[in-house]
Design a binder for this molecule. Structure first.
Ligand SMILES: Nc1ncnc2c1ncn2[C@@H]1O[C@H](COP(=O)(O)OP(=O)(O)OP(=O)(O)O)[C@@H](O)[C@H]1O
Ligand SMILES: [Mg+2]
Length: 241
């Protein structure tokens, strides 16, 4: 279980999150939506302590992660993988080494087991035999899938996706969504996604949270979101003011 308790965050004098609270139970697939610049990435980085709140607590499985020592935070992160908005692959490393870094940092597996995990996790995202390639050899969609493969390689309990489909064509967007769905079903991972892609809301979410002006303005099912009469929510869904 993850709980955000009265989280506020500002940068300089700009308030990004204002007294945000919610709970996420194991097994949920929560999609957090909002316009560009609303603070979705900032919110997501609070889950794993990449950003520390100015006020409030983030509680993960009973631990207040904004108050943990670095080594205790590292042990929480072993259960919580992040797929970054811009891939965050190391250009100078092969695909295999990009995944190994995560396995080295988060597991105690031996080399043989780690190599097996690399192959397995690439197979799971339908990318076989690309271990020796470099990020510059891959398309945008393939890079996103390598990011997902690196995230699942450590067999986390939670997975955080930051804009997993942005910049992709509809076919590749569909492929990523079905991949996210199979990961959710096969691995029973609790997923938290931030995006402005409504297709992810409709085809993946069990619950949607919407941010606007530093606050949560909606928390419910995709069905409830789509039938909302709220003016702002309707204009977001329809893509016009
Ligand atoms: N480390 C930082 N220092 C200062 N300002 C920051 C920092 N990180 C984010 N911001 C600011 O916080 C605001 C929210 O940024 P964030 O990246 O969370 O938006 P977003 O909703 O993820 O947008 P997008 O949909 O474009 O990814 C922006 O105004 C951004 O400039
Ligand atoms: Mg973002």
């Amino acid at each position: 279980m993850i709980e955000f308790k009265n989280i506020s965050k500002s940068f300089s004098s700009k308030n990004i999150l204002n007294n945000i609270s919610f709970k996420i139970k194991s097994g949920e697939s929560v999609v957090i939506i909002g316009q560009s610049g609303e603070g979705k990435s900032v919110l997501l980085k609070h889950f794993n302590g990449l950003i520390i709140p100015d006020n409030g607590d983030v509680v993960v499985d009973g631990k207040i992660i904004n108050k943990l020592s670095f080594s205790d935070l590292q042990s929480v992160r072993k259960n919580m993988s992040m797929v970054f908005q811009f891939g965050a692959l190391f250009d100078s490393l092969s695909i295999k080494d990009n995944i190994l870094i995560s396995l080295d940092n988060n597991t105690k597996l031996n080399m043989l087991e780690k190599n097996k995990r690399v192959t397995e996790s690439l197979n799971e995202v339908n990318l076989s035999n690309i271990e020796h390639l470099f990020p510059s050899d891959l398309s945008g969609g393939m890079k996103k899938r390598v990011g997902i493969s690196r995230a699942i390689s450590i067999k986390p309990k939670y997975i955080l996706y930051d804009e997993p489909t942005t910049g992709l064509d509809p076919i590749n967007t569909g492929k990523i969504i079905s991949l996210m769905n199979s990961i959710k079903q096969n691995k029973k991972i609790t997923s938290i996604v931030v995006t402005h892609e409504l297709k992810i809301v409709n085809e993946f979410a069990s619950r949607v949270i919407m941010l606007n002006k530093s606050k949560i303005v909606f928390d419910g099912t995709p069905k409830e979101l789509n039938s909302s009469k709220d003016k702002y929510i309707k204009s977001f869904i329809l893509g016009k003011e």
